[in-house]
Design a protein around this ligand. Structure first.
Ligand SMILES: N[C@@H](CCC[C@H](N)C(=O)O)C(=O)O
Length: 291
């Protein structure tokens, strides 16, 4: 039996079990992760965030090579125990956890580099909580057909990788968005090799106001099912909305999800365009687990 002192946290309703494992001694099995995330028999969460010192994890070596200041590595696991490269809401909650536990400091204007499986991601304080630079993004995975239960026809999606894989589908009306039954994984054709998170979005009316784009989305996450929010999914959705809107579309977006609102911003850097995500991050309660 291993005893874990954990904290439950959430960002726009995307909820996580977090624990500090500085030495990298508590690598949970997929079955243990799934048991902890179970909403009836466990703590209940969309995923687990383990805080490991980058120097004590194999995957952390790449993070330290990229940025020697990336002391902490966010080891993210989906609710079914699978490993994902990145979690946009998670990295904000992870930062809140490091700060509250005095494992890191972050002042206004400063940057906290966090190691992830999709590279080092820089987090800053923001007016709505925290913002994380998710780095480069790419169109990836073509335009698979997507069919969600209760939606009568398959729609073309747009594959976008923001560190992890997404397929975004535009729906015509709010009613369609409500009707989609995302308790079931949407069917994708062709099936992406590594699976994908699937976002369904509708444009707000107006789509753009004061130079800021506005969309609403629901998500079925790879490895976690329907969640109240997906940060990387919101980023992929804003990128898809801008792509579909064409020339002159804004580089700043508000994305409404069932659990609240996040902000997305695209901005130029020397290595090409980056995209950042901002939003709230809260710690809810702490406890002790035996696994
Ligand atoms: N909820 C996350 C994404 C978590 C990983 C995802 N389910 C995957 O498998 O890629 C977010 O906020 O980005």
């Amino acid at each position: 039996m291993t005893t874990i002192a954990f904290t439950k946290g959430q960002g726009t309703g995307n909820d996580f079990v977090l624990f500090a494992d500085p030495e990298g001694e508590t690598d949970l099995t997929a079955a243990q992760v799934a048991a902890i995330c179970d909403r009836h028999f466990g703590v209940g969460a969309d995923g687990i965030l383990r805080a490991v010192r980058s120097s004590n994890l194999e995957a952390g070596a790449a993070a330290l090579a990229e940025d020697p200041d990336a002391e902490w590595f966010m080891d993210y696991r989906n609710a079914d125990g699978s490993i994902a490269e990145m979690c946009g809401n998670g990295i904000r909650v992870f930062t809140r956890f490091l700060l509250e536990n005095e494992l890191a400091t972050l002042s206004p204007g400063e940057t906290l580099p966090i190691g992830t499986r999709s590279g080092v991601r820089d987090v800053q304080l923001a007016t709505d909580g925290f913002s994380a630079d998710l780095g480069r993004w790419k169109l990836d995975g073509g335009e698979p057909l997507v069919r969600a239960k209760e939606l009568p026809v398959a729609r073309p999606g747009l594959g976008i990788n923001v560190g992890n894989p997404h397929v975004v589908v535009a729906l015509a009306t709010e009613e369609e968005l409500e009707e989609a039954d995302l308790a079931y994984a949407p069917l994708l054709d062709p099936v992406p090799e590594n699976g994908a998170n699937v976002e369904f979005m509708v444009a707000a009316d107006p789509l753009v106001s004061d130079g800021v784009g506005h969309v609403r989305m629901r998500v079925h996450e790879r490895g976690s099912g329907e969640t109240l929010s997906c940060g990387t999914g919101a980023v992929a959705t804003a990128l898809a909305a801008r792509y579909w809107a064409g020339e002159g579309a804004p580089n700043q977006w508000r994305v409404d999800v069932a659990g609240g609102r996040v902000g997305v911003r695209m901005f130029p850097t020397q290595e090409g365009e980056h995209v950042s995500l901002s939003g709230p991050a809260e710690l809810v309660f702490s406890g002790v687990l035996e696994v």
